[in-house]
Design a protein around this ligand. Structure first.
Ligand SMILES: [Zn+2]
Length: 545
């Protein structure tokens, strides 16, 4: 089983005793009465008159859904048995709660444990630790989450970059045999602590310093424990095809399922390459490699200005080393020359106005401004060359988060249509109104349903829901979630398919999605009539082999 409530040993023993007593009563009752007792018990909740989109991808059907405790007890055309509460859905869609396989939820979960931005778009489970970045070790982090009353379920990957950083630092060299063993042990420990697999961020420092064979070795450890490999690839721009090949090779040689996370094609000169990347995935799958994809539905990405606009070698060794390099005039000139290329051809989107500052701790007033604005504020014309200078100035002053408009709609839709693509936000839990985050945190799931199902008809409603529920559940081995079926955990999202929409924009990101009327986590209502409730039924989820 994938999901266990830790730290409740005493309660579990008591529960087991109760179960035993109930069992005796049940047997006695069965002997006396002709019908099994379970059918006569009232339900805690019956949701009537729904359009059931069950998560499999099958066409919707009309039905009622009954919940008892934290579990879906029954689904039928009409359920008239008594229930503590009955809600008429009036023909709205009832779907499994959405599972977001790529989030940075540790940015915010402890400040906003209700995760309103996610719940209000039907998300009931968040996966942390993507992009090679997770707490190491995982256990204290998961224990903190256990102790936190929260609205949503949460699980984590173990991050390859964080493991490497813990053992040898942010340097560009191979590990010694002893260091390699330490990394293996840390990955193994992460898996034993309940991680769902190994994530990597080979684009970032220190992931970028990791040779493929080293990743394969660590992936093999995660695979032994039933985990998957999920990767923010080495290069999503000019090297994207090589990077997809590498991601497939790591799964194939590491002997575990592999996933290209937030698949996108960055930089105008590379647009259209999704034809080839998807063909590589198809070919891999045809020869038996379990390779899949996730994606968010926006044509802009988000990461730090430093990671996006500086070459990796300039960031080796951490911030102090970066600053030292920027102080040396000839090294600074080399860094600037590469930044110019990156702004022109890659994440910069060819024009400094395509880069937007998302958050900036040392100067919050920069949030929302473009790199062209910042260049002008520095007294320069916003040419690509001057924008690179402004980017170096930002890095020298402490760095900022950025949003990068450099993705093509045609690639986005092609990737979305692919049957091996699921939805993941790559978002975080913002404090409402604070900073200028990427709208994906507020809008990903609603946007797929509004723009790509209703408006553009890129995919069907049922296919979209599958990509948000049963598909990620199967990927993670969450066998008791992701479908509307009796016996499954009652994680449920109800929405109006004619009205659902993402309201968050790049200009005004702090806007909740609309059109969801009811969200249930482990059988308890966490969101209803436009309000979060007081319930905190979220659980920490653990991968169990
Ligand atoms: Zn990423």
């Amino acid at each position: 089983m994938s999901d266990t409530l830790n730290g409740n040993r005493g309660r579990r023993v008591r529960f087991a005793r109760k179960l035993a007593i109930l069992g005796v009563i049940a047997i006695l009752s069965f002997a006396l009465a002709p019908s099994p007792i379970a059918q006569n018990q009232p339900y805690d909740l019956v949701l009537r008159n729904g359009r059931v989109v069950d998560g499999t991808g099958s066409s919707w059907y009309r039905g009622d859904v009954a919940v008892r405790g934290d579990t879906i007890a029954r689904i039928a055309p009409s359920i008239t048995d008594s229930a503590a509460r009955v809600i008429d859905l009036a023909g709205q869609v009832i779907a499994p709660g959405f599972i977001d396989i790529h989030t940075h939820a540790r940015r915010g979960i402890f400040e906003v444990p209700t995760a309103d931005n996610y719940v209000r778009q039907g998300v009931t489970t968040l996966m942390e630790g993507p992009d090679g970045s997770s707490p190491v070790p995982l256990k204290p982090f998961l224990a903190r989450l256990e102790a936190l009353p929260k609205s949503v379920n949460i699980g984590s990957f173990i991050g390859q970059g964080s493991v490497r950083s813990a053992v040898i630092g942010e340097v560009n060299r191979r590990p010694t045999a002893e260091e390699f063993d330490k990394m293996r042990v840390l990955v193994e420990q992460g898996m034993k602590d309940g991680a769902f697999g190994l994530s990597s961020g080979l684009f970032y420092v220190p992931g970028t310093f990791t040779p493929t064979e080293e990743v394969i070795e660590l992936a093999r450890v995660a695979g032994r424990f039933g985990g998957i490999y999920i990767s923010h690839m080495r290069d999503e721009a000019s090297g994207v095809i090589e990077s997809v090949k590498e991601t497939i090779a790591i799964g194939e040689q590491g002997g575990l399922p592999t996933q290209v996370t937030h698949h996108k094609i960055i930089g105008q000169g590379n647009w259209g390459k999704s034809v080839d990347t998807l063909r590589l995935i198809d070919e891999a799958r045809a020869r038996g490699v379990d390779a899949t994809i996730d994606q968010y539905p926006y044509t802009a990405s988000s990461t730090s200005i430093q990671a996006a606009l500086l070459p990796a070698w300039a960031q080796e060794g951490g911030r102090a080393e970066t600053l030292k390099r920027l102080k040396d005039p000839s090294t600074r000139a080399r860094i600037k020359a590469e930044s110019i290329k990156i702004i022109r051809n890659e994440r910069g989107g060819g024009d400094p106005k395509n880069v937007v500052i998302a958050r900036c701790e040392w100067n919050p007033s920069l949030a929302g401004k473009t790199l062209a604005d910042v260049t002008r504020l520095r007294g320069m014309e916003p040419t690509v060359e001057n924008a690179a200078e402004a980017a170096l100035w930002i890095v020298e002053n402490g760095g900022c988060g950025g949003i990068f408009h450099s993705i093509n709609e045609a690639d986005l839709e092609r990737i979305l249509k692919h049957p091996a693509t699921m939805i993941g936000s790559d978002g975080e839990i913002p404090v409402f109104g604070k900073d200028h985050p990427h709208p994906r945190s507020y809008g990903t799931f609603a946007r797929v349903l509004a723009v790509y199902v209703r408006e553009r008809k890129t995919i069907t409603l049922e296919e979209a829901v599958r990509k948000m529920s049963s598909f990620p559940a199967a990927r993670l081995g969450l066998l008791d979630r992701g479908l509307l079926r009796p016996g499954m955990k009652a994680d449920i999202a109800v929405f109006d398919p004619a009205y659902v929409r993402d309201a968050a924009t790049f200009e005004q990101p702090h806007q909740y999605a609309e059109g969801f009327s009811l969200v249930i986590v482990n059988g308890q209502v966490v969101f209803e009539r436009d309000k979060m409730t007081a319930a905190r039924p979220g659980r920490v989820l653990y991968k169990r082999k």
